[in-house]
Design a protein around this ligand. Structure first.
Ligand code: PMP
Length: 353
């Protein structure tokens, strides 16, 4: 630990899901899409001219921003692109929150990176417990003294979603506070709040190519909001990395977002499998909150999440488990292909019997 700053010594970093290479796993632990990227995206990758890599990419990913703007029904000045939505979320902390301010408010059980970013940027946090049914307590959040909010919708790791009408009511009730809506899994729900960004100056929606677009390996995410909010993110980007989205990612993601019909098909297949898996897990005695995402949060009291996780791992299926008071009983299972899900259910049955 020699030479490390106090912050580097003290901070508890985010732990990403396992990417094991020791054997072939059915990998249902990081909410990746089981289907390939669109043929148009694959074509953009294959035909990318290598000589262009000599040059730096477009610093603000202008062509990609224009394609995203077209798809989202906004203007390019309303779009910001980053190296994964994690980076977009990271930059939003210093862009919109002060170290000496009232802090960023989020749920106790939500995307755990928010807590890491708050610590990294020295921003106070206000934690509000989920309700017993795993829904977000928006009334309690509204009552918090804070500079703004991070709301994952659908939430992770629970999969629980908040409809657009309810979200609008919340956003309208806190006009002085910024509301950052993390819509990483929104395509599997279909209640995006991007339309609210045109009506409310305090809404920033963050989305990603990693999940519904099957491009986690490309590392690209984006934010949609007022031109003023986007300008704030651009200021922070240019304090950190002028070229966060590489040239290949810009080209591939542009092709992907232009191929919505392909992805509508993929999303429909994942949703159909989610419903099948959810019903099967409940049939096996698991508690599963209604999921609007591409994963299920499943717990079976007496068995324990760690035992389920380890039992599945030993049988070649990776799911995600965390230790913690709210998490001990549960595992988070990404929806795979029908074949993968069937194997998962068989292996689960082995553990239970
Ligand atoms: N938000 C949520 C809720 C997530 O689960 C993830 C994936 N770990 C992200 C954001 C970040 O995804 P990415 O950086 O791949 O866009």
């Amino acid at each position: 630990m020699d030479f490390l700053s106090k912050k580097a010594r003290a901070i508890a970093p985010y732990t990403a899901g396992e990417q094991l290479r020791d054997r072939t796993y059915i990998k249902l632990n990081t909410n990746e899409n089981p289907y390939p990227p669109s043929p148009a995206a694959a074509q953009a990758l294959r035909t990318f001219p290598a000589q262009e890599l000599r040059r730096y990419p477009r610093p603000d990913a202008d062509d990609l921003r224009a394609a995203i703007a077209l798809a989202e029904g906004v203007s390019p000045e309303n779009v910001f692109c980053g190296n994964g939505s994690d980076e977009v979320l990271a930059l939003s902390f210093p862009a919109f929150f002060d170290g000496e301010g009232a802090g960023a408010c989020f749920a106790d059980l939500t995307y755990s990176f928010y807590e890491v970013f708050a610590a990294f940027f020295g921003i106070p946090k206000k934690i509000v417990p989920l309700k017993a049914d795993f829904t977000m307590d928006l009334a309690a959040m509204r009552a918090q003294d804070c500079q703004g909010y991070y709301i994952a919708n659908p939430n992770a790791p629970t999969g629980v979603g908040i409809g657009r009408a309810q979200m609008e009511e919340f956003v309208a009730s806190v006009p002085e506070k910024i509301v950052i809506l993390d819509e990483a899994y929104m395509d599997f729900f279909g209640e995006s709040c991007v339309p609210l960004t045109k009506k409310y100056a305090n809404v920033l929606v963050v989305r990603t190519f990693s999940k519904s677009y099957s491009l986690a390996g490309m590392r690209c995410g984006y934010a949609v909001g007022s031109a003023a909010l986007i300008a704030g993110l651009l200021r922070m980007k240019d304090c950190f990395n002028s070229y966060p989205v590489d040239a290949v990612a810009q080209a591939v993601c542009r092709a992907a977002i232009g191929d919505r019909p392909y992805y509508e098909g993929v999303i429909a297949r994942v949703k159909a499998e989610r419903e099948r898996l959810q019903a099967a897990l409940r049939g096996m005695g698991f508690t599963v909150p209604e999921s609007r995402a591409n994963f299920l949060f499943a717990g079976r009291g007496a068995v324990g999440g760690r035992q389920v996780y380890e039992g599945l791992k030993a049988q070649g299926v990776l799911v995600r488990h965390w230790d913690g008071p709210l998490l001990n009983d549960f595992v988070r299972i990404t929806v795979g292909t029908p074949e993968e899900n069937t194997i998962l259910l068989e292996k689960l049955q082995n553990i239970l019997s």
